[in-house]
Write a protein that binds this ligand. Structure first.
Ligand SMILES: Nc1ncnc2c1ncn2[C@@H]1O[C@H](COP(=O)(O)OP(=O)(O)OP(=O)(O)O)[C@@H](O)[C@H]1O
Ligand SMILES: [Mg+2]
Length: 603
C-alpha cells in the first residue's frame, strides 16, 4: 500500500488536473443516469400522444415530493413534448461527451506526465549505478523496467484510476435510477449480479492467462530472431540455417497454439455473456408483465429500468477487471521503486575531496577483490606505478587483468586492501575527480549513435573542431573520417557497422587523446586486425601513450616490449615482475606465455 501512496506522490504536481478529471467524471455519471431517466417519458409521454400530460415529469424531489419537469430546464418557447425530448437527449449527450473528452484528456495527461517523470528519475538512477549493479542486472531486464514496467505504472495512474472513478460514478448514477424506478425489481436484479459477474471474471482470468502465455511464446520467438540475426555469421559458417529454421518453426507453432487458445476464450465471451443477459431479461419480463398489468409500473418505467440495468453491465465488468490491472501495476511499480531505492555502491563519501592532478604514483596495497563472496578474483596484489611509467599486465584469459584495471577508476571497490593515488585512498576522493584523470580504451570499442565528432568529443563540452581534428590526426583517424560522406558530421550508429575494427579503435583512441588524461588504461583488443590496420592502431596508440602514465593490458608483443615493466598475473596474483628481457629468460609463466600467446610477427 505504501507503494501506492508513493505513486500518488508522483501525481501531486498534477493534482489540479486530477481533481478536474474527477469532477468531470462525476458529470459523466450524472448524465448517464439522466439519460436513463429520460427513457420513461419517451415511452409514457412522447410515444403516447393521447396521453393527457403536457409536461414531462423527470422525478419527484425525494423530500417534499416537489415535481421536477424537464421543461424547467428548457427555453419557454419550446412546448411541444417531442421537441423537448429531442433537445434534451441531444443536450445530455453533448454535456456527457464533452465531460468525457476532458476527463479522459486530463487523466491521461496526469498518467503520461507521471510516467515521464518516473522514467526520467529511473534512468538517472540506473545510469548512476555502479558497474557491479550492471553485472547483476541484465541489460534486457533494465530496459524492460524503463519501458514496459513504467508503462504498466501508467496504467495504474491513468487507465485504472480512470476506469475505477469513471465506472464507479456511472454505476452509482445508474443504481440510483434503478431504485428510483422500482426498488423491488432493483433488489431482485442485483441478486443476479454475481451470476453474471462470476462467469465473466472467470473467463477474464482465463483470457489473461492465455495472453500471458502468448507473450511468453512471442518472447521465445524474439529471442531466436535476435540470436540468429546478430550471430548470422556463425549460423552460416556452421551451416546451421536448416537447424535454426526448424527451431524457429517449432517456436512459431507453439505461438500459434496459445494464440488460438486465447482467440477461443475471447470469442466465447460475447455469446456467453449475452446468454446470461437474455436469461436475466426473460426473468424480469415475467415479473414485469405482472406489475404492468396491475399498473404498478408503466411501460416506460420498465424500459427505462431495463436500459439502466443493461447499461450497468459495462461498468461492472470494468470494475471487476480494475483490481487485476491494479495488482499488475502495483507489481510493476514495486520493481520500479526497487531500482529507485538501490543506492549505488560506488558513491562519494561525505566530505570526499577533489583529487589533485596526478603527480607521483598509484599504489595497490594488498588488494583482494571478489565479484561475489565465493570466488576470489584478485588476491594480495601489490603494485606501484610511477608517473610516466608504462606498465604492461599480461596473463592468460580470465587471470583478472581487466578486473585489476577496473579497480582504478572505481568501477568496483576493492574487497580488502586499498588503492592509493598520490597517497589518497581512491575511496576518499570524489568519483568525478578521479575519473576525470583517467582515459580508457577498452577491449571492445563502444561508439554511440551520434556523429563522429560527438563520439570523439564524448563527455567533453565545447570542443573546437580544431581540437577534435588534432586528436583524430594523432589517432590516425582523420584521413578516413574526411573520406566519409559528411566527414566529422557523419552519423555513426547504423553506419558504425561499416567502420572496420581498426577504424573504430582509432576513433576510440582519438576520444582518449582529446580527453588528454594524465593516466591511461589500455585494455588491448584481442581481436585480430589485418597487418596494415594493426600497424595504424599501434602508431595511434604510441601517440596516445606518449608522455602519460600507462597501465596497459597487453596481448601484443610489440606493446609488451615497449613497456617499462611487465607484471604477470596468474589466477589473481602477481607472479612475476620485470622487463621483457628479464622475464623471457627466467623460465616462468612469462616465458610460456611468450611462446604461446604473443603470436604477432617480430618487427
Ligand atoms: N562482472 C563480473 N561478475 C563476476 N565475475 C566476473 C565479472 N567479470 C569478470 N568476472 C570473472 O573474473 C575473472 C577475471 O576476469 P577478467 O575479465 O578480469 O579477465 P581477463 O584477465 O581480463 O581476461 P581476458 O584476457 O580474457 O580479457 C574471470 O573468471 C571472469 O569470469
Ligand atoms: Mg580482459
Amino acid at each position: 500500500m505504501s507503494d501506492v501512496r508513493r505513486l500518488l506522490g508522483f501525481a501531486k504536481p498534477y493534482r489540479l488536473r486530477f481533481g478536474m478529471a474527477i469532477v468531470l467524471m462525476a458529470v459523466v455519471g450524472a448524465c448517464e443516469a439522466l439519460m436513463a431517466l429520460l427513457i420513461k417519458p419517451v415511452f409514457d409521454v412522447v410515444l403516447k400522444p393521447a396521453s393527457p400530460a403536457s409536461r414531462i415529469l423527470l422525478f419527484n424531489w425525494p423530500f417534499d415530493h416537489h415535481p421536477i419537469y424537464l421543461e424547467d430546464f428548457m427555453p419557454h418557447s419550446v412546448h411541444n413534448v417531442w421537441t423537448v425530448m429531442a433537445l434534451a437527449i441531444i443536450a445530455v449527450t453533448i454535456v456527457k461527451g464533452s465531460a468525457e473528452f476532458f476527463a479522459t484528456y486530463f487523466i491521461s495527461y496526469v498518467g503520461h506526465s507521471v510516467v515521464k517523470d518516473l522514467r526520467n528519475l529511473l534512468y538517472t538512477k540506473i545510469i548512476e549505478q555502479s558497474m557491479a549493479f550492471f553485472a547483476q542486472h541484465p541489460t534486457g531486464k533494465l530496459m524492460s523496467s524503463v519501458t514496459s514496467d513504467i508503462e504498466k505504472v501508467q496504467d495504474a495512474v491513468s487507465r485504472v484510476s480512470a476506469d475505477f472513478l469513471q465506472e464507479s460514478f456511472t454505476l452509482i448514477g445508474l443504481l440510483v435510477v434503478l431504485f428510483y424506478y422500482d426498488w423491488r425489481l432493483a433488489i431482485a436484479s442485483l441478486v443476479s449480479v454475481p451470476f453474471v459477474v462470476f462467469p465473466s471474471s472467470t473467463i477474464g482470468r482465463y483470457i489473461r492467462a492465455a495472453s500471458r502465455f502468448s507473450q511468453e511464446r512471442m518472447a521465445d520467438l524474439n529471442h531466436i530472431l535476435q540470436e540468429t540475426f546478430s550471430g548470422i555469421r556463425i549460423v552460416k559458417a556452421f551451416g546451421m540455417e536448416l537447424f535454426e529454421t526448424l527451431k524457429f518453426r517449432a517456436a512459431n507453432k507453439r505461438l500459434l497454439k496459445v494464440n488460438l487458445r486465447w482467440v477461443r476464450a475471447q470469442a466465447a465471451t460475447g455469446p456467453i455473456m449475452e446468454l446470461l443477459g437474455a436469461v436475466t431479461i426473460a426473468a424480469l419480463l415475467l415479473y414485469a408483465r405482472n406489475e404492468i398489468q396491475h399498473q404498478a409500473q408503466t411501460l416506460g418505467g420498465f424500459v427505462g429500468f431495463l436500459y439502466a440495468l443493461i447499461k450497468m453491465y459495462e461498468p461492472i465488468k470494468r470494475l471487476t477487471g480494475v483490481n487485476n490491472s491494479f495488482q499488475q501495476a502495483v507489481g510493476a511499480s514495486e520493481r520500479v521503486f526497487h531500482y529507485l531505492d538501490v543506492r549505488s555502491e560506488i558513491h562519494d563519501r561525505p566530505g570526499a575531496i577533489v583529487l589533485p592532478r596526478f603527480e607521483r604514483e598509484i599504489v595497490f596495497e594488498n588488494v583482494d577483490f571478489e565479484y561475489d563472496a565465493e570466488t576470489a578474483i584478485l588476491r594480495g596484489v601489490n603494485l606501484r606505478i610511477r608517473k610516466g611509467e608504462v606498465v604492461a599486465i599480461v596473463g592468460s584469459s580470465g587471470a583478472g587483468k581487466s578486473t585489476l584495471a577496473n579497480l582504478i577508476p572505481r568501477f568496483f571497490d576493492v574487497t580488502r586492501g586499498r588503492i592509493l593515488m598520490d597517497g589518497h585512498d581512491i575511496r576518499d576522493v570524489s568519483v568525478k575527480s578521479l575519473r576525470a584523470q583517467i582515459g580508457m580504451v577498452t577491449q571492445e570499442t563502444i561508439l554511440f549513435n551520434d556523429t563522429v565528432f560527438n563520439n570523439i568529443a564524448y563527455g567533453l563540452e565545447n570542443q573546437s573542431p580544431q581540437a577534435v581534428e588534432n586528436a583524430a590526426r594523432a589517432a590516425l583517424a582523420h584521413d578516413f573520417i574526411v573520406e566519409m560522406p559528411r566527414g566529422y558530421q557523419t552519423l555513426i550508429g547504423e553506419r558504425g557497422q561499416r567502420l572496420s575494427g581498426g577504424q573504430r579503435q582509432r576513433i576510440a583512441i582519438a576520444r582518449a587523446l582529446l580527453k588528454n588524461p594524465p593516466l591511461l588504461i589500455l585494455d588491448e583488443a584481442t581481436s585480430e586486425l589485418d597487418t596494415e590496420s594493426e600497424l595504424l592502431v599501434q602508431k595511434a596508440l604510441a601517440n596516445l601513450m606518449a608522455g602519460r602514465t600507462v597501465l596497459v593490458i597487453a596481448h601484443r608483443l610489440s606493446t609488451v616490449r615497449r613497456a617499462d615493466r611487465i607484471v604477470v598475473l596468474d589466477r589473481g596474483t602477481i607472479s612475476e615482475v620485470g622487463t621483457h628481457e628479464d622475464l623471457v629468460n627466467r623460465g616462468g609463466i612469462y616465458q610460456r606465455l611468450h611462446e604461446l600467446q604473443f603470436v604477432d610477427a617480430e618487427p
